[in-house]
Ligand binder design. Structure first.
Ligand code: ATP
Length: 303
């Protein structure tokens, strides 16, 4: 069996009346990119911060690289890297100076050139932090997390606010971390990101893990298909197919029998003289599965 870098059993966290994490189990293997997903308030940050050693737990067993993060041991901190959503870096230092400063905190740092190469900031090495674009600053945040050559990296929403090109760049960067053999625990609100990057994902809802698998496994576990098309606003849709407006003008329905339902739909459209624009039938995306699993309530944990 592969080596577990993170082992969690029966983890609970209570804030007064509110139980934010309700007895979760997790096992993350060395070299995995693992994504923790869930709606706002599901308990992801609480869980990750307990693993990082930044928050205490109410109950349960937690082992990170063989350590209990609750004991705040330096030997564990030297082997983990944390990239938070908002890192305040010194604006007047250059990229190299910033990375070097953090390298100085660790006994066996990653060589500067290697850090800059992994995050794709070689060309900006002499640029001051305040002159970096938002996406480049985020790369520098990751560079700082990598400076100590950690075995395990916590990446909290690494591409929030990125344009599509910067996001692809960040994905390439996370893939190169995997090639370096790093274990990555990623939190993200972008399902396509989890689908593209994660070896496995866990979906958290109301303090519990409701699904855990590879992205492909989660999608395959749901045999349904989705029919989508566009129709002019106000079109009277046929009953019995579960059609609903998903987005502006986009109509969709889940179906366990796409052949039959498509036949019914196209027969109706032909009879009514309606053109079904952009008609597609597809397997569920990870986002569809996520929305189904998190559908009950808004995901905010209750007490
Ligand atoms: P998001 O996606 O919005 O970041 P999350 O899944 O990370 O959400 P958490 O931040 O872990 O969720 O919060 C879980 C629940 O615990 C929420 O209801 C939140 O209000 C509550 N909570 C978080 N931190 C505290 C705290 N320090 N004191 C009291 N309640 C808290």
């Amino acid at each position: 069996m592969a080596e577990a870098v993170i082992k969690v059993r029966g983890l609970r966290k209570r804030y007064g009346e509110l139980e934010a994490v309700r007895g979760i189990d997790l096992r993350i293997e060395r070299g995995e990119v693992f994504a923790l997903l869930g709606p706002n308030g599901a308990g992801k940050t609480t869980t990750v911060e307990i693993l990082e050693g930044h928050r205490s737990r109410t109950a349960g067993e937690v082992s990170v690289l063989g350590f209990d993060p609750g004991r705040n041991e330096v030997a564990l901190k030297e082997r983990t890297g944390i990239v938070l959503q908002h890192t305040g870096l010194e604006p007047y230092l250059t990229v190299s100076e910033t990375v070097d400063m953090f390298r100085g905190f660790y006994p066996r740092p990653l060589p500067l050139d290697e850090v800059l190469e992994v995050v794709g900031l070689e060309e900006q090495r002499d640029q001051r932090v305040r002159r970096l674009s938002g996406g480049q600053q985020r790369r520098l945040d990751v560079a700082v997390g990598l400076a100590g050559d950690p075995e395990l990296l916590f990446l909290d929403e690494p591409t929030t606010g990125f344009d599509p090109t910067a996001r692809r760049g960040a994905w390439a960067m996370i893939r190169s971390l995997r090639e370096l053999g790093k274990t990555v625990l990623l939190t993200t609100h972008y399902l396509d990101e989890a689908q593209a990057l994660a070896d496995r994902v866990a979906i958290m809802v109301r303090g519990e893990i409701v699904a855990e698998d590879t992205p492909a496994g989660l999608v395959a576990a749901d045999p349904d298909a989705v029919i989508r098309f566009r129709a002019p606003r106000g079109t009277a849709l046929p009953d019995g197919l579960g059609l609903r407006e998903a987005d502006e003008g986009l109509i969709e329905a889940r179906t366990a029998d796409p052949t039959r339902d498509l036949n019914a739909l196209t027969s109706w459209a032909l009879a009514e003289g309606i053109e079904l624009e952009d008609l597609t039938v597809s397997r569920l995306s990870l986002e569809d599965v996520f929305l189904r699993l998190t559908d009950e309530g808004d995901g905010e944990v209750g007490s």
